[in-house]
Design a protein around this ligand. Structure first.
Ligand code: MF3
Ligand code: CO
Length: 253
């Protein structure tokens, strides 16, 4: 987080540069999602990502960030976020969250998806769908004249109405020349409150949704966040610009 709490507004030209960074994120995420299947180790996905990044001369946003050692976060099943690529082999019925960011030409992009590995349970399938829809509803609230927590409330209201819970330990964030800029974007909060959304704000909106309780714990590696009750967790993220023509989803293919 920057020291200043001032939200930097981006010009249309800057937003187009951010679109370029976020398209790189979207294309690589799509490729990795396709490769994610029963029998592949998550470290292999990391290698594919590394290769693609260097071919494009783009830089990982995560590797080296506070000492994080990988380009990807790969969080399996009860892992909420910041799971690390490893020799762990994905198996039929797992769900995998892939979180990925780049810096390109001075601007950051950041997005995440959760994908089913082979055939997953109805519960896992529902969790993925609800988390994806919660993000879509949040994006739709990212409009000039709305307030910040309208975005937050959209996630919370829809998620809880569907019997799942919202993780509170981690939040979304502003994004631009830095990966994490003000404001923080919680996935819960009172509608009609928070700063007024303005043209030129760019937000990384990232609901983390648990099938059970909302609590998380951090494992001994200092990174991997898992659900306290062992329930499944899903995570989706898009970087979204607020424009006079509505939300512009920069990280969508
Ligand atoms: N999408 C996450 C975020 O916004 C990923 C950060 S992982 C880290 O913050 F390695 F960079 F910390
Ligand atoms: Co993020």
């Amino acid at each position: 987080m920057k020291e200043s709490e001032i939200i930097t507004l981006k010009t249309p030209a800057e937003i187009e540069k951010m679109r370029v960074s976020n398209l790189i994120v979207a294309e690589i995420l799509a490729k990795i999602s396709e490769k994610a299947a029963p029998g592949i180790a998550t470290i292999e996905l990391e290698r594919i990502c590394e290769e693609d990044l260097s071919r494009r001369r783009a830089k990982s946003a995560f590797k080296g960030y506070r000492g994080y050692p990988f380009c990807l976060c790969t969080s399996v099943n009860d892992e909420v976020v910041h799971g690390m690529p490893s020799e762990r082999i994905l198996k039929d019925g797992d769900i995998l969250s892939i979180d990925f960011g780049v810096e390109y030409n001075g601007y950051y992009g950041d997005a995440a998806v959760t994908v089913p590995i082979g055939n997953v349970s109805d519960k896992a399938d529902k969790l993925i769908n609800i988390a994806q829809s919660a993000l879509n509803l949040a994006i739709d609230a990212a409009r000039v004249g709305n307030r910040l927590f309208d975005i937050s409330y959209a996630v919370q209201n829809y998620t809880e109405a569907n019997g799942f819970s919202v993780v509170r330990t981690f939040v979304g964030h502003g994004i631009g020349r830095e990966l994490h800029e003000p404001p923080q974007v919680p996935n819960y909060g009172p509608p009609g409150k928070g700063v007024r959304l303005k043209e030129g704000m760019v937000l990384a909106i990232e609901p983390m949704i648990n099938a059970g309780g909302s609590e998380v714990i951090i494992l001994g590696d200092g990174w991997t966040a898992v659900t306290k009750d062992g329930s499944l967790s899903a995570h989706f993220e898009h970087s979204v610009a607020i424009t006079d023509r509505g939300p512009y989803v920069l990280s969508k293919l």
